[in-house]
Design a protein around this ligand. Structure first.
Ligand SMILES: Nc1ncnc2c1ncn2[C@@H]1O[C@H](COP(=O)(O)OP(=O)(O)O)[C@@H](O)[C@H]1O
Ligand SMILES: [Mg+2]
Length: 324
């Protein structure tokens, strides 16, 4: 049997300091916007000049579609991530072609083997096994302003790996029943994950693919979120991502995130110009890209605000302890 590396970093630290900007995007349900949010936030932060790492724990690797690196030379389909996790070595990020400032640890079919490995490890070592990603991420995370982990649905073991490494959890949900059941399942995993990773906190819940103005539905979701996570203050984020199937399809097909489609739409010839030129087949980006792009910008800003608020409280506490 293969030897299993120790679950603690070599320097004896928990890695908590360097993992302080690691965000897991999770919900037990599929199709609630985890990958779209990971792709859009990562690309927006990189465009704004931050150093960003996106890590993909999905076999399907839709992140590689949204960010446009599927099949590129950097796309190892999860082989590197699997190997480094097995060996307890640092993950090996690669730069996303054409996206300065954005590195990725790709997911893909190779991750199919990870679940079986995790089952064995949990049998041997208990829940501490879920610190494996924290161990592999800690030496690397310090090189980034933000690290965002895209997680798979209905695969609690890989979600547990993400929750074992992250400082923050963002949970997208749709307003329908499925997303909310997924939320309850995730809330249970979140509570258990905090036993091995007490630094983990819910940064917020984001409504995804929703209709603006549906305030009664939004209020009911807010109540259910509060019940599931047992918190007095609402963890709902103000920002929400509006419904636009067209933009979603274009985005995944073209490997362009919402704010890029927004500029593509602005720079394409007006439809009547295309018509006059006899070009009826050209792919047209709908102008609603601007609305979705604006939603993601608001979300990106709100997430940064929450991080900054939490960090200023932590700095204040540390100064108090030192008597400053
Ligand atoms: N703004 C949007 N409105 C409606 N549907 C969307 C939107 N953005 C993405 N989608 C679609 O929703 C589905 C799920 O999105 P995805 O981000 O892959 O969710 P998850 O990662 O949780 O499975 C995809 O088919 C995607 O094309
Ligand atoms: Mg996904």
């Amino acid at each position: 049997m293969a030897t299993i590396p120790d679950a603690a970093p070599a320097d004896g630290t928990t890695g908590a300091e360097t993992l302080s900007r690691v965000i897991a995007v999770a919900n037990d349900k599929g199709g609630v916007g985890k990958t779209s949010i990971t792709a859009n936030l990562s690309a927006l932060y990189a465009t704004a000049g931050y150093r960003v790492l996106a890590l993909d724990l999905n076999r399907q690797a839709n992140l590689s579609d949204d960010l446009g690196y599927r099949g590129s030379p950097v796309d190892d389909q999860g082989a590197g991530l699997l190997a480094t996790l097995l060996a307890g070595q640092p993950v090996r990020p690669v730069p996303v072609p054409g996206r300065p400032g954005l590195d990725v640890v790709p997911g893909g079919v190779a991750l199919g083997d990870l679940t079986g490995v995790m089952v064995g490890r949990v049998q041997q070592r208990g829940r501490q096994a879920f610190r494996a990603l924290a161990v592999s991420l800690a030496p690397v995370a310090a090189g980034y302003d933000v690290v965002i982990i895209d997680t798979p649905p209905e695969n609690t073991l890989l979600v547990d790996l993400a929750l074992g490494a992250a400082r923050w959890l963002i949970m997208p949900t749709k307003t329908d029943g499925g997303g909310l059941v997924g939320m309850q399942l995730l809330a249970e995993r979140y509570i258990i994950a905090r036993e091995i990773n007490p630094d983990l906190e819910l940064l917020g819940v984001v409504l995804f693919g929703t209709t603006r103005g549906a305030t009664a539905i939004h209020r009911s979701v807010r109540d259910q979120v509060e019940r599931a996570f047992g918190t007095g203050t609402s963890p709902m984020l103000t920002a929400m991502i509006g419904h636009s199937e067209r933009i979603a399809v274009e985005s995944r097909a073209l490997g362009r995130v919402a704010h890029e489609l927004e500029s593509d739409a602005a720079s394409q010839p007006a439809w009547w110009e295309a018509l006059r030129a006899g070009d009826r087949t050209a792919r047209r980006i709908p102008p609603t890209a601007a609305n979705v792009a604006e939603d993601y910008r608001k979300l990106a800003a709100e997430v940064l605000d929450r991080l900054a608020a939490a960090e200023s409280v932590e700095t204040g506490n540390a100064e108090e302890v030192r008597g400053e």
